[in-house]
Design a protein. Structure first.
Length: 371
DNA sequence: CACGCGTGGAA
DNA sequence: TTTCCAAGCGT
């Protein structure tokens, strides 16, 4: 790996920051440098694209205008504000961190990356981002963009999927970061990574730092960054039970650990966890078997129906769910003593924090004539 | 350290 | 359709 002279470093900073001053995106969280605003945006932006985050950020700020409001929020309101964004532990950690700020720091944010990293949900990237953007601390903020940009600028071939690689990049960035404007420097690198120096179709020929991009100059841009691949999602079969009662539909809250923790869905039965596995030719039996897991003394009034020939599919990072919809209608309100959920009228669905997969299930149900 | 954890967009 | 990627963190 090459080593830049001080003159080259200065020229790079000038080119980058001049471009950033002219072309930086006007984003809702760039209106000011309030640590609360920077923090919320950074958590939302973890593994999530800018255009997805914008409406969530705006609603979140209306709902929870201050760190104090967030610290005191009831869990259902909290989850509703996050529903659909994914990686739901982020919002639970966020409330823990808000409570830490209010209780341990009397509502005044710590200003160093080391202190910020002690807060729940704040790791090395987010700590660097907040410290540099909100508090003007000269410290790297290394996200996927920064890995890609600097891997190309310096032709660094260390595998960015390996945790120990971070130190290599940290040392490089520490040398070239603009110490007078660290927050703008870090954000400029991220803007660069999402515009000219993208992963797939980069346009480095027109990049403001074209002449500093060694991989581009060598015609090897797409060789960087080096990143080991992850295994593909494992297919899993589920049944979704759409159960209509006189006053609404059955919903259950998922366990507090694991996938989609504490979010609301119609009852989902994992095929691999069914004690008995009836033949697909006996679907009425299957519905009865599944419902009997949690509904006692219940008459299923109408013949259960299989809904939808092809399953609803939803792909997560590690799992691909293939969900077959089953429908049943109950003549009476069921006994919910052993059922971790509630009967919800369609007009009250908005009160539930529902993941995207549940919205897909409901969409399919409606397409098939449900209401 | 390797893995679990959501979702949407691009090609 | 499949694959990969996107402002990561906790365990």
């Amino acid at each position: 790996m090459q080593h830049w002279s001080q003159a080259k470093i200065t020229a790079f900073q000038d080119a980058l920051l001049t471009w950033y001053d002219q072309e930086k995106r006007d984003l809702p969280w760039r209106q000011d440098h309030e640590p609360y605003h920077i923090w919320v945006s950074e958590i939302m932006l973890q593994q999530t694209q800018v255009q997805t985050v914008i409406p969530y950020y705006q609603r979140f700020m209306t709902t929870f205008p201050t760190v104090t409001a967030l610290a005191a929020a009831p869990e259902d309101k909290l989850l509703r504000a996050w529903a659909g964004l994914g990686y739901y532990s982020r919002v639970r950690n966020m409330q823990k961190a808000a409570q830490q700020v209010v209780e341990d720091y009397q509502g005044v944010w710590p200003q160093t990356a080391a202190e910020l990293e002690k807060l729940a949900g704040i790791g090395p990237y987010t700590a660097g981002a907040i410290a540099s953007i909100a508090f003007n601390q000269s410290i790297p903020a290394i996200d996927g963009n920064a890995f890609r940009v600097f891997a190309r600028l310096f032709e660094i071939d260390a595998d960015i999927a390996k945790p120990q690689t971070r130190q290599i990049f940290y040392d490089v960035i520490e040398e070239v970061i603009a110490t007078e404007r660290p927050g703008d420097f870090n954000q400029a690198i991220m803007d660069l990574g999402s515009s000219y120096m993208t992963a797939k179709n980069p346009d480095s020929a027109h990049s403001p730092v074209r002449d500093f991009n060694q991989a581009y100059l060598d015609g090897k841009e797409l060789d960087y960054p080096v990143k080991s691949k992850k295994p593909r999602p494992i297919a899993m079969d589920y049944f979704a039970l759409v159960i209509k009662t006189p006053t609404g539909y059955l919903f259950e809250q998922r366990p507090s650990n694991g996938m989609l923790a504490e979010l609301w869905t119609v009852p989902l039965i994992k095929w691999s966890e069914l004690a008995e596995k009836p033949s697909e030719l006996l679907l009425p039996d299957l519905v009865k078997l599944a419902t009997n897991q949690f509904l006692t003394n219940t008459q299923i009034q109408l013949a259960p129906m299989l809904l939808g020939g092809r399953p609803v599919t939803h792909t997560f990072t590690h799992q691909k769910w293939l969900i077959t919809l089953l429908y049943a209608e109950l003549a009476q309100k069921p006994d919910l003593s052993y059922f971790p959920g509630r009967v919800v009228a369609p007009t009250d669905f908005i009160e539930l924090a529902q993941p995207k997969v549940q919205l897909k299930i409901w969409q399919r149900y409606q397409q098939l004539g449900g209401h």
